[in-house]
Design a protein around this ligand. Sequence first.
Ligand code: HEC
Ligand code: HEC
Length: 191
Amino acid sequence: MRRKCSILSGTLLCLAAVAASAQPQTVEQKAEVCAACHGAKGIPVDKTYPVIWGQHQGYLYLELRDFKSGARKNDLMTAVVADLSRDDMMALAAYFAKKTWPDLRQKSAPDAEAAVANRVNVSIGCTGCHLGQYQGDATVPRLAGQQHDYLLKSMRDFRSRARANNPGMTDLMKATAEADLAPEADFLAGH
Ligand code: HEC
Ligand code: HEC
């Protein structure tokens, strides 16, 4: 096995790459590298990193595919998927989808913020796609209990097209007032 190391955002990131002759790695072995950021027990090591434990399989796969194709850009994740095949990404999506979503112990939003989120939902219809209690399904992500700072960053990234892999979400975020995004993130994180 070869190890490929690089410095990203001040973190020494070593990715195990399977050499042509090496024994095939199991999905558990391939998932080890993910724990460095997404957490050994599913609680991400940084507030801006998303929970992937218990996220929906179809969605997890689509995001890995989009990082790989460059449709979704993130330096850390681009390095991670570089050596993964389609089958690896399918297997990792199935592996993480079966895990239990971690409790990040984020507080419920105050009533005034929940009211903003409910107003946004009435006008945009978030739960039409993200479903009841923002649980998502299949290729639509669960938002309930996701990391607060990651949610806020994601909504802003869609709005600015820094995240351009789903033009529909970009249009919806452009239709949402910037001032509503912080209460929305508080509400979803504590939901
Ligand atoms: C060096 C840190 C790091 C490592 C290692 C890492 N990730 Fe990530 N991952 C991130 C960050 C940061 C993001 C959020 C990117 C953004 O803000 O758009 C992310 C996003 C994701 C997403 C999108 C989640 C969502 O809700 O949209 C998936 C899926 C994912 N990672 C899977 C994996 C898998 C599987 C592995 C292991 C093979 C892995 N990651 C390893 C840092 C990492
Ligand atoms: C037409 C269906 C639809 C509607 C309506 C919708 N979303 Fe989404 N949303 C999606 C899909 C699909 C994705 C995944 C995009 C991708 O492939 O990266 C997504 C992604 C997201 C993400 C990123 C999650 C992550 O893990 O990275 C956030 C946050 C989000 N939506 C918030 C909202 C909010 C808030 C609303 C209401 C204002 C909303 N969405 C309305 C379909 C929808």
